[in-house]
Design a protein around this ligand. Structure first.
Ligand code: AVJ
Length: 317
């Protein structure tokens, strides 16, 4: 047996340590997306209650041509966090009706997802040439500088909703600072709506989102040798009207002490104590406009689905 002290802890170890020893316990939501978690998220996007993915796709299908029309031909489409680019093909097809060659640069942290994106786009969109870039956004957006020509940057899926308002503006400003006059951003945002729609989207009947949330603990068991018992936690999704966000927690179902393995520490949880794992902000139009303007963009146009559950916004530099 290898002594666990000899195994280097993963790069997120410090975040876990800090998060679990604060007064409000918290774990970073980026930990959701290991191989198992990414597969669970794919399942979430197909759940009947999880409307964002299919609603955004509906907007892309219904208004893709109009969106493409708003952008002068000759643009390079750059997609931040492309994943496997399942939603993007419709938009790329709309662009390829207006320009002979559409350079498409999917950017993601996962080389495997990028390979799948490239394969999918090349087979479904003639005239689109794919040049994937592997990048970790926590290292900044310097890679945008290396992409030649006028750019349309896509940031879809309401991924922005994981960020608090300050950090969201901070990140959009970083993107803005790498862009030039004539460039644009297409931003996907989920919208405020009745909690009877919002809450089930994050607490589905099949319990897939609960599994996705608990996978964080399973991952810490796998990678740190922690000993979380998943059956001693329940998945909580709560709508905060004040913060305009869905808050996701893991609630301890009993008083317990958990060994954190490689971290060489133990964390104590009271009965009913919660570990915060994610926020998912829901926007109104004034919130979107303010976020974009504080980041140095101006909001040019927005497109909605029939129920106004989701929106795509075109913002200019
Ligand atoms: C990937 C951040 C857009 O907030 O809806 C889905 C993540 N979490 N179900 C979202 C998520 C639980 C998702 N985003």
């Amino acid at each position: 047996m290898i002594a666990r002290e000899l195994i280097a802890p993963p790069p997120y170890a410090e975040d876990v340590q800090l998060g679990l020893f604060g007064s409000q316990k918290t774990l970073p939501c980026k930990l959701f997306y290991d191989r198992a978690g990414s597969a669970l998220f794919e399942q979430i996007t197909r759940l009947p209650e999880y409307y964002p993915t299919r609603t955004e796709l509906e907007i892309l299908c219904g208004h893709g041509a109009e969106i493409a029309k708003e952008v002068r031909p000759g643009v390079t489409v750059v997609e931040l966090g492309s994943g496997t680019a399942t939603k993007t093909t419709t938009l790329l097809q709309a662009f390829s009706r207006r320009q002979m060659r559409v350079p498409y640069v999917p950017v993601d942290i996962s080389p495997a997802a990028l390979a799948e994106a490239q394969e999918r786009v090349q087979s479904q969109c003639t005239r689109v040439s794919v040049r994937p870039v592997v990048a970790d956004f926590s290292q900044g957006f310097g890679f945008l500088r290396n992409i030649r020509g006028r750019k349309l940057v896509l940031y879809l899926g309401s991924s922005i909703g994981n960020f608090d308002p300050g950090p969201a503006v901070e990140m959009l400003s970083q993107i803005r600072s790498q862009l030039a006059a004539g460039d644009a951003l297409l931003l996907g945002t989920d919208l405020v709506k009745d909690p009877s729609i919002l809450v089930p989207a994050y607490d589905d009947a099949q319990g897939i989102t609960a599994q996705f949330n608990k996978n964080i603990l399973a991952r810490l068991n796998r990678e740190l040798g922690a000993n979380f018992d998943l059956s001693f936690f329940s998945h909580i999704a709560a709508w905060s009207p004040v913060k305009s966000r869905i808050e996701i927690y893991l609630e301890s179902l009993r008083p317990q002490v958990v060994d954190l393995g490689l971290l060489n520490s133990r964390v104590k949880l009271a009965n009913g104590e919660r570990i915060h794992t994610e926020n998912s902000y829901k926007y109104t139009m004034p919130m979107v406009r303010e976020m974009l303007e504080l980041s140095g963009f101006s909001l040019d146009a927005s497109w909605f689905d029939d129920r106004t559950w989701f929106a795509l916004h075109l913002a200019r530099v």
